[in-house]
Design a protein around this ligand. Structure first.
Ligand code: A2P
Ligand code: MG
Ligand code: MG
Ligand code: MG
Length: 315
């Protein structure tokens, strides 16, 4: 372990190690796709799939995080068996130069957060439907860190970024701490005079579509993954992410929310209420998601969501 690991705040260390752990999970996801044996199973429905990549990436992430931060609570998408299975290949994040943590700023109010106060929400592969359909750049690995019920830090790794640009570096990782710093990609403001909305491509419903139409989009980007859609907000490709559905869970939104808020954006439920991230909270975001890029009028978007949409999403 480097000297910096002992002198930097715990939260910066967790985020820095999560960068390396997410990058390693991305390698596992690419390897499984290359081998072509996806081992697809249906979870709750045909729209809720799990592959060997989801399972293997979760095993590796949970095993590695638990080894580094044994007193924190770690909650992963892929169920109890996978979470308790610590046989995943242990990855030592301090061996990876991408976990350089000295540049990850932590605001004063978060420097004293203790390991046992942290709840780490892990989505080992966000955008599983798109992964199985070959829409590989929609896939992300999400590690979100909460303290006091709030999303305070996060990592989004996009393992297939640039996969259609041979010669360019494959994959990218963005990280952030709320009130601290954001790194890994430039933050760009979306174009003025347009309202580009991003929403689901694989989990639509009439309520989802009514909410999108209500914000009067000039363009709608229907893409997979919560992590991918928040990346579109960060890189100026969309103004607002609207998902009036109970489909997303805490591990889908914790990391994206922390990074978006660190960059000046806002993520709430579709009614404007904060999403809680305590260890004991219900996993489902039953009242939907609305996220806006930095500089956008979040309240104005919320005000346009029709009452019948809000009524359809009960807590
Ligand atoms: N109805 C649903 N069933 C299961 N997962 C869902 C559902 N709706 C959304 N999700 C999760 O939220 C993410 C964002 O939704 P969408 O891509 O539809 O916009 C999905 O990639 C999926 O995460 P995951 O792929 O990790 O299972
Ligand atoms: Mg899933
Ligand atoms: Mg997900
Ligand atoms: Mg997932």
């Amino acid at each position: 372990m480097s000297v910096a690991a002992h002198t930097t705040p715990l939260l910066s260390r967790v985020v820095g190690y999560s960068v390396a752990i997410a990058n390693n999970a991305g390698r596992i996801i690419r390897d499984i796709m290359k081998r072509g044996e996806l081992g697809i199973v249906e979870k709750e429905s045909a729209r809720d799939l799990q592959t060997e990549a989801d399972r293997a990436a979760q095993r590796s992430i949970i095993t590695s995080l638990q080894k580094c931060f044994p007193k924190s609570t770690i909650i992963g998408e892929e169920g109890e068996d996978e979470v308790k299975d610590l046989s995943g290949q242990v990855f030592d994040p301090s061996s990876d130069s991408s976990s350089s943590i000295s540049s990850i700023a932590c605001p004063p109010q978060l420097t004293t957060v203790a390991e046992e106060e942290l709840v780490i929400w892990v989505d080992p592969l966000d955008g599983t439907a798109e992964y199985t359909q070959g829409l590989l750049d929609h896939v992300t690995v999400l590690i979100g860190i909460a303290s006091g019920g709030k999303a305070v830090g996060g990592v989004i790794h996009q393992p297939y970024y640039n996969y259609q640009n041979p010669g360019a570096e494959l994959g990218r990782t963005i990280w952030g701490i709320v009130g601290g710093s954001v790194g890994g990609m430039p933050i760009v403001a979306p174009p003025e005079g347009k309202v580009i909305v991003t929403t689901t491509r694989s989990h639509s419903s009439s309520t989802v579509n009514d909410a999108v139409a209500a914000v009067s989009p000039t363009e709608v980007l229907r893409v997979g993954g919560a992590g991918h859609k928040v990346m579109l907000l960060l890189e100026g490709k969309a103004h607002v992410y609207v998902f009036a559905s109970p489909g997303c869970k805490k591990w889908d939104t914790c990391a994206p929310q922390a990074i978006l808020e660190a960059a000046g954006g806002i993520l709430t439920d579709i009614k404007g209420d904060p999403i809680p991230y305590h260890a004991t909270v219900a996993h489902r975001n039953s009242t939907g998601v609305l996220a806006s890029a930095a500089g956008q009028d979040h309240q104005a978007f919320l005000a346009k969501i029709p009452q019948h949409v809000k009524d359809n999403l009960k807590a």
